[in-house]
Every structure is written in C-alpha cells, then in structure tokens.
Design a protein around this ligand. Structure first.
Ligand code: GEK
Length: 242
C-alpha cells in the first residue's frame, strides 16, 4: 500500500516553498492520486498513445518523471525493444526511488533514469516526449525554450504530451473549476488545513498558464496540431503533433 500523504496535516508557523524532497517522494503516489483528477487515466492513455506513435528504435523522453509512472506505461504498451526511454527528473529523492521502481520490473523496453533538468535535456530522434505535470514548475520565461528544444528533437509525426494544471481566463469560471477541484481534494480526505498549507507552499513554485497560452506557445513553435484530449476541472492533457 502507498504511504499516506500527511505532509501538511499539522499546523506550521511558517509554510516554506514546496520542494520534491525525500518526504514528498515517500508519499508521492498517494499525493498525486488524491490531488490530480484522472491521474490514472492520463497514465494509461500515455501508454496507449505510445502504442500508436512510438516508432521502432526511437527515443522517448519523460521530463519530470517523478517515480516513473508515465515511463512504465510507455515501456509496457510498446512492443519489446521498440524504444529507449529516458526518464529525467531534477529531484535526487525522486530519481533514487524511480531507479528502484524500474529495477523491480522486467520491462519489455529499457528505461534509463537520470537526474537532470528538463531545460538541459538533450532531445534527439524522439517519437514521443512527455511532460506530465512538469512544465508548471519551470519558470514561465523558460517555457518556450524548453518546448522549442523538444520540437527540434522530435521526428516529424512525433508527439509531445503536455499535462498541466490550468487556469480559466475569466474569474467566475476560474472560481468554478477551482471549487470543483477543492471538493475533489476534500472527498479524498484532505482537511482544510492541509489544502490551505499546500496552496501556500505551491504559490511561488507552481505558476499555471491557461489553455490558450499553452496552445498559442505550441503553435508558435511550429506544432502542426494541438489536441486537448483530457480535461477535468482545472487539469488538462494535450497532445501536440509535429
Ligand atoms: C508523473 N510526471 O507521475 N526538470 C526536471 N524535473 C523537474 C523540474 C525540472 N526543471 N522541475 C520540477 N521537476 C510525473 C509527475 S510531478 C507533478 C510529475 C506534481 C520534477 C519534480 O522533481 C517532480 O518530480 C516533477 O517534476 C513534478 O507522471 O507533483 O504535481
């Protein structure tokens, strides 16, 4: 059973910035499943997209892989030895655990786990690049350059899967989707204290864009199509096709 996320359950005098340290990595599966609506659907669908788009002998990149859920889904959905999967994360705590998870399975496709930043990942001969809730942690002014490097490293016909928390552009609609998400967290057992302390911790760390900002950026960089295949409350997942 996954370790329960109690990180923000006790009152703190000062709530510092959120970071992906050992404490977070230890409870991460519970945290993400109770916080992101449809997380398992997104992970499963990433595997289905890999089945359709990953070409023989190509590379797949999972930037901000955490414990490797998306990489594992790709590895299991593709035919044996179809691709090389590069799972990259900037958190040493995540990388250490991800390596252990990957070693625990006899996978049909190889996953290389390494510590590094999405901003400096060397993307080449890729048929699929995944950023599953990672871009939102990268400084807004760096986002276009990261996506341009992804675009350049993708083969024609390759896909970029981008999942993000988003904001609605009008305040009434934004309040509506935020409230639905708050109810989702309450129903999953988070207290008001946990919700408010986590919100404070993420305030300076997770800066979210709207769907139209994401779509414009992807199209400006050159992607030929941008498909929103998943949306629930303030969470969405896009596929951008080169
Ligand atoms: C999943 N994709 O389970 N470069 C690389 N990694 C980064 C960077 C960066 N610049 N900044 C943050 N990270 C996963 C879930 S979690 C989403 C992704 C969440 C890493 C960070 O260390 C963390 O592991 C991950 O991005 C974000 O499908 O917690 O909301």
């Amino acid at each position: 059973m996954a370790n329960k996320d109690n990180i923000f359950a006790t009152p703190r005098e000062h709530v510092g910035d959120f970071c992906f340290d050992d404490a977070v990595a230890d409870v991460f599966p519970d945290m993400i499943n109770r916080s992101v609506p449809g997380y398992q659907t997104i992970i499963e669908t990433i595997g289905e997209l890999a089945e359709a788009y990953v070409t023989p002998h190509s590379n797949v990149y999972d930037l901000g892989c955490s414990l490797g859920a998306a990489s594992l889904s790709v590895a299991r959905h593709c035919p044996p030895n179809q691709c090389q999967i590069q799972a990259i994360d900037s958190s040493a705590a995540m990388v250490k655990r991800c390596q252990r998870v990957v070693e625990a399975f006899n996978l049909p496709n190889k996953i290389h786990v390494c510590e590094g930043f999405a901003q400096t990942a060397q993307i080449h001969y890729a048929s699929m690049v995944i950023m599953n809730f990672t871009l939102q942690f990268i400084a807004p002014e760096e986002r276009s350059a990261v996506i341009k490097d992804i675009y350049d490293g993708l083969n024609t016909g390759g896909i970029f899967v981008l999942s993000e928390k988003v904001q609605h552009e009008q305040s009434a609609g934004n309040a509506l989707i935020n409230n639905l998400h708050l109810n989702f967290k309450r129903k999953n057992g988070y207290s008001e204290l946990e919700i408010s302390q986590k919100r404070a911790a993420l305030e300076n760390v997770m800066l979210i864009d709207s769907f139209s900002t994401h779509e414009r950026r992807l199209r400006d960089i050159g992607f030929s199509d941008v498909v929103m295949w998943y949306k629930c409350y303030n969470f969405m997942s896009l596929v951008a096709i080169k």
